[in-house]
Design a protein around this ligand. Sequence first.
Ligand code: NAD
Length: 463
Amino acid sequence: MTATIAATVAAQKAQVAARRLRFGLAERRQALADLRRAIIAHEADLQAAVAQDMGKHPAEFTLLEIVPTLAEITHARRALPGWMRARRQAGGLAGLGTVARLRPETKGAALIIAPWNYPVSLALGPLVSALAAGCSAVLKPSELTPATSAVLARLVASAFPPDLVTVIEGGKEVAEELLAQPFDHIFFTGSPEVGRIVMAAAARSLASVTLELGGKSPAIVGPGADLTRAARWIAFGKFSNAGQTCIAPDHVFVADSVAEAFGTELRRAIAGMYPKGLGSPDLAQIVSPRHAARLTGHLAEAQAQGARLVLGGASEARRIEPTLIEALAPDCALDREEIFGPILPIIRYGALDAVIGRINARPKPLALYVFDTDRSRIDRIIAETSSGSVGVNLTLLQFSHAGLPFGGVNSSGIGAAHGHWGFRAFSHEKAVLENRFSPLSLLFPPYGRRARRMIGLVRRFLT
Ligand code: NAD
């Protein structure tokens, strides 16, 4: 395998210089059109593969995987001329007599490592940005969704020569071999633990990285929240894809004064969306028996430590019912770790200070959700916490807003994806400064009286 991987990466790298000359606007737009055509040609196969791997409902697959990926392509094709254009930069007095431009250039050869939870959009979305930026890409899907990974390999091979884009399938060992190659940029989506390994590997070749990671994303339901709306958005955000969404609300803080009423609304919302509980066809499966066992084990541990089951709790093979739980013991696994499944702890609070303090005492979340109608409380939460994104009176939708970057901060991620931010992740913004009549030459040595006087003036006017 090592020889094949090395040869593939070498073939892509060998084209970097040629591609710099020949992979201009028209070619990049064509590549994006080819990708779109290949996705549509393989859409039925992808849908069947994702159903086989994760039991995703076809409608959910279309809404949360196909729509964002095709929308990303459409947006990139339209915006590409603007993104690629060199931009004139003003420089003030220090730039006198020069012309400054910021010129995006392709980074070269990219590695994209994808997770299993949205195995299509989180593999092909970064590929859109890589192609828009003129990069070649090796794409490694997750080994936990093997059927989808196989279709992705066929799809990519149908649209691109391997020295432009290729899929290399496999697990941890293959990922490690890939990380040993001299890529120019590594775009990784996955857990913070593996993110650390990827960043350490990138340090060896000083490849730049985009790390799209995860963690525990809290939701806060304040005393002024529209409870019906909050319950429906939280149920949608948490139980879509059976909770296996990086920006799903991990747990909910709810103000004491509305906790009972919110609980009623949340149970009603869940019953409306998944009326047959475990048997609901709209409920996705857990990706693997090991992850299902992890979740049911954590649930049992929490209950053994005194937590109260409010709703659900049943499981069968890889299906787990939407489950609500209260009164978690501090430091049990559901409290400590990213849940990444359809189990939602509800935590009542009296003072907002305590909630903000608790959020700030933990790693910075990928997303934070606020449900309230009180502007000052909403603004206070946004101002006093740090997270990759904030959703106000909604969940998940910030992922697909074309005008917003998507990414985390520190342990929830480094760098950003989507649209212009995705293009910039795979581009280097080269600073180009041209001399027309720069007066700096008057200040060159020898530092006689005239030069010293002028340097004094420069100091006075520029600093
Ligand atoms: P993971 O980190 O286990 O795996 C992600 C990828 O890394 C897979 O392709 C896997 O093969 C590879 N990998 C595993 N071990 C490796 C190693 N030692 N070296 C190099 N590569 C290795 O993550 P996952 O379980 O697939 O996904 C779940 C996690 O991803 C959650 O934490 C979730 O929050 C996060 N996530 C984040 C985003 C985002 O956009 N920020 C999106 C989806 C998922």
